[in-house]
Design a protein around this ligand. Structure first.
Ligand SMILES: [Zn+2]
Length: 305
């Protein structure tokens, strides 16, 4: 069932435009991701949270093309890739080792859902790139995976690399037992550096910022995932006294960009002995890690260039 209050990114400004933010809520997109490929509950939660962060980060960048969020690390969840295209199409995949996830679970000091991701990723980095097609420069940002939560990692990125005062929270809602309908959300607030000083003649910008952060921190999970509330309703509850302006700037849907041709190009770039090791009875069957689509090739097709 499609809930119009979800799978959107809302943009908002408060305090006379001094601070701006994004608010992302995901529902159907996540169900579609997990319908196309099955994940264990722990891996699904981590991928859902990463997808919300990817949507949130892509929401603050003006681009025409592809935003990619990626993690690479030495923990049980060794790699995550989330693509968000400028038209709102999302796909996501994670590589993980379920035995190692279970071993790492035994070492956890907390059951907190929002503190799971860095624990299972381990040591490594989180990167994002913006690709706007040939002839344009690829923008890239990288930060170490460090901190209690995935949101902490993202905040560190903004402090270190962009030097933009940023506050960010991620939310995750588990499905009922045996179900796969995860929900995830994120909210971000930024203080634009050039707006320093005072907002008007009286209001100190530091004071106003601290107050906005306290309001943002008061946002609870049960409000974020309340199906009856629109994003505008929720933002209004938080910031109605702060000269709030908001609009929906993006609608998200699941979609994969894989094709037989693309996969063939990747396989053809491999060494003949690697192709040999993948082949069974002269055939190679490869499955898209994002959407589960299977593609079958004759060995001969891949060896001739
Ligand atoms: Zn695919």
């Amino acid at each position: 069932m499609l809930n119009q209050n979800f799978d959107t990114c809302a943009s908002f400004h408060i305090n006379n435009g001094a601070f701006f933010g994004r608010f992302v809520r995901l529902d159907k997109v996540l169900s579609d991701i997990f319908t196309h490929r099955a994940y264990s509950p722990t891996a699904a939660g981590i991928l859902a949270e990463s997808t919300a962060l990817a949507a949130l980060l892509s929401g603050i960048i003006k681009y025409d093309g592809l935003f990619t969020f990626q993690t690479k690390s030495d923990g049980p969840v060794g790699m995550i890739v989330v693509d968000v295209s400028s038209d709102g199409t999302i796909r996501a995949s994670a590589n993980y080792d379920e035995d190692r996830i279970n071993a790492a679970k035994a070492l956890r000091k907390t059951e907190a859902l929002d503190e799971a991701t860095p624990h299972f990723l381990g040591n490594g980095y989180l990167a994002f790139t913006v690709d706007q097609g040939s002839g344009t420069q690829i923008y890239q940002g990288v930060v170490d995976i460090r901190g209690k939560t995935l949101a902490d990692c993202a905040i560190r990125y903004f402090q270190q690399s962009e030097q933009i005062e940023t506050h960010l929270k991620l939310y995750l809602q588990k499905p009922a037992e045996g179900q796969t309908n995860w929900k995830a959300a994120g909210i971000l607030l930024q203080k634009l550096p050039e707006k320093g000083g005072k907002i008007d003649n009286e209001t100190d910008i530091v004071e106003a910022w601290n107050e906005a952060v306290i309001f943002l921190d008061s946002l609870r999970s049960d409000e974020v995932f309340n199906p009856e509330l629109s994003s505008r309703d929720i933002l209004h509850r938080l910031f109605h006294a702060h000269d709030l302006q908001t609009e929906i700037i993006r609608h998200y849907k699941f979609g994969c960009r894989c094709s037989r041709d693309k996969l063939q190009n990747i396989l053809q770039a491999m060494k003949p002995e690697e192709i040999d090791s993948l082949a069974e009875k002269g055939k190679i069957v490869a499955e898209c890690s994002f959407c589960g689509q299977k593609y079958s090739f004759e060995k001969g097709e891949l060896l001739k260039q």
